[in-house]
Design a protein around this ligand. Structure first.
Ligand SMILES: [Zn+2]
Ligand SMILES: [Zn+2]
Length: 203
């Protein structure tokens, strides 16, 4: 199929000369003559399949036809179109509006990972190391938290997700626990000890 060449104007409809350096609208894109109403032609112009184009309309990325070439170009280069062409079973495709089981599952995994990343960012490795140092220096659990400005649930959350860190934390809590408390008693927990024994007694 041959599309009429629209790029180079023929001599008889040459545009009037414009002073050099002036910014002008590109007429090919804005003119009604540039409208593309058939899915097949539009898809060809956008360099995608007609099926993809239809999904763009369905998702609202494109209005109903006809479209200008400019609209097609915009849609093609948008991040949204990249997402729409993503495969099923991806979070990108879910965000693009697909709710098939594979995409929904991928989305759930993605959200969980985002929450983890966010939580980990709130308690990064340097802070974890610092936290252990503070405990080793004799600060209580709550005091060390205060010093860092970190909430206890952030610490326990990170320990649940990261086994190596959990071991380090448990070992440090054990090694630095006070010797004047009876560990595993409610009293010791109330006194602020968070060693494994005291936490068990609390539950
Ligand atoms: Zn899907
Ligand atoms: Zn204890």
């Amino acid at each position: 199929m041959h599309l009429p060449a629209t790029g180079a104007p023929s001599p008889e409809r040459q545009a009037p000369a414009v002073p050099f350096g002036t910014t002008v609208e590109v007429p090919d894109l804005a003119e009604p003559a540039g409208d593309v109403s058939s899915y097949r032609r539009a898809a060809q112009a956008a360099g995608v399949s007609a099926h993809t184009l239809a999904s763009w309309v369905k998702s609202g990325l494109l209005p109903e036809p006809p479209w200008t070439l400019e609209e097609l170009a915009e849609a093609t280069s948008s991040p949204e179109s990249t997402r729409l062409s993503a495969a099923h079973g991806t979070a990108s495709r879910w965000r693009a509006g697909c709710s098939c089981p594979d995409c929904t599952q991928a989305h759930t995994v993605d959200i969980r990972q985002r929450h983890r990343d966010l939580a980990d960012a709130r308690f990064p490795v340097e802070q974890r190391t610092r936290f252990l140092e503070l405990l080793a220096r004799g600060l209580g659990f709550a005091e060390a938290l205060d010093d860092l400005g970190v909430a206890a649930r952030i610490v326990w959350g990170s320990a649940r997700r990261d086994e190596q860190w959990r071991r380090q934390l448990e070992e440090t809590l054990m090694a630095t626990r006070r010797t004047d408390l009876r560990h595993g008693s409610k009293a010791a927990f109330r006194a602020g000890c968070r060693c494994g024994d005291c936490r068990k007694s609390h539950h």
